[in-house]
Write a protein that binds this ligand. Structure first.
Ligand code: CA
Length: 366
């Protein structure tokens, strides 16, 4: 909080000096110009992404740029990539403490500290992007998210979405549940636990280490995001089979984090700009992924000769069964998870029924 307070003191001093200067002018000038003198805020945003990484990382950059332009430079946000100021997994604590004002990442990175945070990114077989946005913004999800982060002095907002991801890259074909045995796969979070219980072995590692580990055989499989990002990492040079569907991350929401005191220190118009910009970036990222993923998939198939495969039905059925068991275990031990899952699962039931006769019926028709 120290640097933030220092900034404020400096800004207050500038305003005070400006006021003294104005008092020496005519009263008319005071009324004409006083409205123009508005405090400028210089903030920092730490992120979990490599600096300027396409899609997710540029989402954070876009947010800062948009806020700067919308506020006419009154709220300036400097963006830091993973490790530039703090490592990816320290983003939550850093913003919570107020050492920096903002963060950008994904809520399920914090499940060690807040297990129920998982629900605000994605759960296996859960909501897609459109449904996540609907639950958060019109289904009570945002209020539950704010309540969950309240003890940490943090205000969360949706800050991007990749859409349905891919199941991942495999060096071996998966033709049945039996083929999962002994497969070491980079797959994080709750999905990793599902994969391990289904007979495989989940391994954790940051995105930047996946390629080498896949190429050298340290792991046999890996999930990352989808065709657009996977192509930029070159995973097609390390594994042959590209599996769908992204059962584990059906519409992962990224997260904009704001320190509560920093947020409350902003005048109302800058608060609205920040919230609106995050909402815009949340949608913009999905638009970008929707446009670029299918182009990248065409390139992966036509230019790079990858083999596109669907995970077998028995594998997906087993993943679903284990996911349901895990969710039950989770809501038994954690009150917040129980409350949030109740809201989310009821929403999912109703929206699925509607999407069966709307979105899905349309897909089947085309
Ligand atoms: Ca992923």
């Amino acid at each position: 909080m120290a640097s933030f307070k220092f900034c404020k003191v400096k800004q207050n001093l500038i305003i005070l000096l400006s006021s003294i200067f104005l008092f020496s002018c005519s009263s008319e000038k005071i009324s004409n110009t006083s409205n123009e003198i508005k405090e400028t805020f210089k903030w920092r945003m730490v992120t979990t992404w490599p600096k300027n990484y396409p899609g997710v990382g540029l989402g954070a950059e876009n947010l800062a740029k948009l806020v700067n332009e919308m506020s006419d430079g009154r709220l300036q946000i400097k963006v830091f990539g993973n490790g530039e100021l703090v490592p990816a997994l320290e983003v939550f604590d850093t913003v919570s403490r107020g050492s920096v004002e903002m963060g950008h990442g994904a809520a399920y990175y914090w499940i060690g500290k807040v297990p129920a945070a998982q629900f605000f990114t994605a759960i296996p077989f859960g909501l897609n992007a459109q449904e996540m946005n609907a639950w958060l913004h019109y289904g009570g999800g945002q209020e539950l998210w704010e309540e969950l982060y309240e003890p940490f002095n943090l205000i969360p907002m949706a800050g991007g979405n990749t859409g349905v991801q891919m199941a991942g890259w495999f060096n071996k074909e998966i033709n049945s549940l039996n083929d999962l045995k002994g497969i070491r796969m980079r797959i994080p979070g709750m999905a990793g636990e599902v994969f391990t219980r289904a007979g495989g072995e989940a391994v954790l590692m940051p995105g930047s280490e996946i390629f080498t580990n896949l190429q050298t055989g340290v792991i046999d499989a890996a999930e990352w995001i989808g065709p657009y990002n996977d192509l930029t990492f070159g995973f097609h040079q390390a594994a042959k089979y590209y599996y769908y569907p992204g059962w584990h991350e059906p519409g992962p929401t990224l997260e904009t984090l704001v320190n509560k005191e920093a947020f409350n220190s902003l005048p109302k118009d800058l608060q609205v700009i920040l919230v609106t910009a995050s909402r815009a970036v949340n949608q913009d990222m999905l638009d970008e992924y929707t446009a670029r993923n299918n182009q990248a998939l065409i390139s992966l198939i036509n230019d790079h000769g990858i083999e596109l495969r669907k995970l077998p039905d028995d594998v997906l059925a087993e993943f679903k069964k284990i996911t349901d068991e895990l969710l039950l275990e989770m809501i038994e031990k954690d009150d917040a998870s129980r409350k949030i899952y109740k809201s989310l699962s009821e929403f999912q039931k109703n929206v699925s029924d509607y999407h069966e006769i709307s979105e899905k019926a349309l897909y089947d028709l085309r």
